[in-house]
Design a protein around this ligand. Structure first.
Ligand code: SER
Length: 340
C-alpha cells in the first residue's frame, strides 16, 4: 500500500527548514522531503528524506508509485543572483523541475480522484520596474502590475505561476474524459529574514547576511546602497503564509497568486538596527551595481490586500518584533553557542 505523505521539495533550504520544524511541531509525522543535499541535522528526524534531483525522472516515477501525496510544497529553486550566473540551469531547475512536479500532482489527483494541493512560493522578483523614479512613483504594487521581471529567476517564477494556474484549470482539457485537476495556490514572498539559517544565491541576501555577520563579529560589506529598499518578512510569517493559504477554504479564494508582505526597510535602516544591537559591528556599503540594479527593479512595497481579504492574512512580525524579538536574540544565542 502506498504511504500517505506531505511532500516538500527544496527541503534543505531556508523555507524548507522552517516549514519542516513548524509542521513537525504541529504533529505532522508524514513528511517526505526531497533535496539535492542532506537535511540539516536539527530537522532530519522529522522527515523521511530522499537526497536526489528533482530533474531525475526515475526518482519522480518512484515517488508516484510509492506514495500517496496529499500536499506538495514545491520550494526547490535557484535564487535570483545564482540564476543570473547559470541562467540555463536555473531554467531547468525552476521551470522544468516545476513542470515535472505539476505532472506528478496531476497524475496523483487523477488517480485518487481528488485534487491534491500544490503550494508554490513565488517572489517579489516577478516584478520589474524600469527605473528608480518608477519605483518611487508606484510605491505599492498589486499582483498584476509591473510583471516584467529583469532576472531569469523572476521570469521562471512568473511563468510557473501561470503554469500552475494552467494545470489547475485547463490541463488536458481536450482529453476524452475530463481529468481531476490540481489545487494550485501561490504566495509571492518579499525578502525573507531568518534567524536560524542563511540564504544562498539570492539578491535580498544582504539583509540576513548583515545581521548574521554582525552577530559573529565579522565585517560585512553590503552589496547595495544604503537607501536601496525592498519589502521584507520574518521567516515565521513566511511559513504561516504558506500554511494559512493551504488551509483557506477554496471557495474564499478569488485568485491563485497572492502577494504577502510585512514591512519595507532600506539597507541603511537594517544597518542601523544591527548597529544598535551590536555596536562594534563593522558594516560598510560597497555596491555591486548589477545586484543593486536587481533590487532597484523590485517594488518598494507589495499590496497584499487580496490575501488579507480572502484568507485573513496578517503578518505577526512587524519590523520591531522581527528585529527585537526574533532576529537579534536568536542570532545572538546561536553564535554565542557556536563560539562557546
Ligand atoms: N529572496 C529571493 C532572492 O533574492 C527573492 O525571492 O532571489
Amino acid at each position: 500500500m502506498r504511504k500517505r505523505v506531505v511532500l516538500i521539495t527544496g527541503a534543505s533550504g531556508e523555507v524548507g527548514h522552517a516549514l519542516i520544524r513548524e509542521l513537525a511541531e504541529q504533529g505532522n509525522s508524514h513528511l517526505l522531503t526531497l533535496d539535492l543535499h542532506a537535511l540539516p541535522a536539527d530537522v532530519a528526524a522529522y522527515a523521511h528524506h530522499i537526497q536526489g534531483d528533482l530533474l531525475d525522472a526515475h526518482l519522480l516515477g518512484r515517488l508516484v508509485s510509492e506514495y500517496e501525496i496529499d500536499v506538495i510544497y514545491h520550494l526547490a529553486a535557484l535564487l535570483s543572483t545564482r540564476a543570473e550566473i547559470t541562467p540555463e540551469m536555473a531554467h531547468q531547475v525552476n521551470v522544468e523541475g516545476t513542470l515535472s512536479l505539476l505532472k506528478v500532482a496531476a497524475e496523483q489527483s487523477q488517480w485518487r480522484n481528488q485534487s491534491i494541493q500544490f503550494i508554490f512560493p513565488s517572489s517579489v522578483a516577478v516584478y520589474g520596474l524600469p527605473d528608480r523614479e518608477s519605483k518611487n512613483l508606484y510605491a505599492r504594487v498589486r499582483e498584476f502590475e509591473w510583471n516584467q521581471p529583469r532576472t531569469m529567476y523572476g521570469c521562471n517564477k512568473l511563468y510557473c505561476e501561470m503554469l500552475g494556474s494552467y494545470f489547475s484549470r485547463h490541463y488536458r482539457q481536450l482529453a476524452a474524459q475530463k481529468p481531476v485537476t490540481i489545487d494550485f495556490r501561490c504566495v509571492r514572498f518579499p525578502g525573507l529574514l531568518s534567524a536560524f539559517t542563511l540564504p544562498s544565491g539570492g539578491t535580498s541576501d544582504y539583509g540576513p547576511e548583515m545581521v548574521h555577520a554582525a552577530a559573529q563579529g565579522k565585517p560585512y560589506s553590503c552589496f547595495v546602497r544604503d537607501d536601496a529598499r525592498i519589502p521584507f518578512m520574518a521567516m515565521p510569517d513566511a511559513v504561516n503564509a504558506l500554511l494559512q493559504l493551504g488551509h483557506a477554504p477554496l471557495e474564499r479564494l478569488t485568485r491563485q497568486v497572492y502577494n504577502v508582505t510585512s514591512f519595507t526597510v532600506s539597507a541603511g535602516q537594517i544597518r542601523d538596527r544591527v548597529m544598535s544591537a551590536f555596536p562594534d559591528a563593522d558594516i560598510c556599503f560597497a555596491p555591486d551595481l548589477k545586484r543593486e540594479a536587481i533590487i532597484d527593479s523590485w517594488p518598494g512595497n507589495l499590496d497584499d490586500s487580496a490575501a488579507r481579504m480572502d484568507w485573513d492574512w496578517a503578518p505577526q512580525y512587524d519590523i520591531d518584533r522581527t528585529f527585537d524579538e526574533y532576529l537579534i536574540p536568536n542570532v545572538r544565542e546561536r553564535y554565542c553557542r557556536t563560539a562557546g
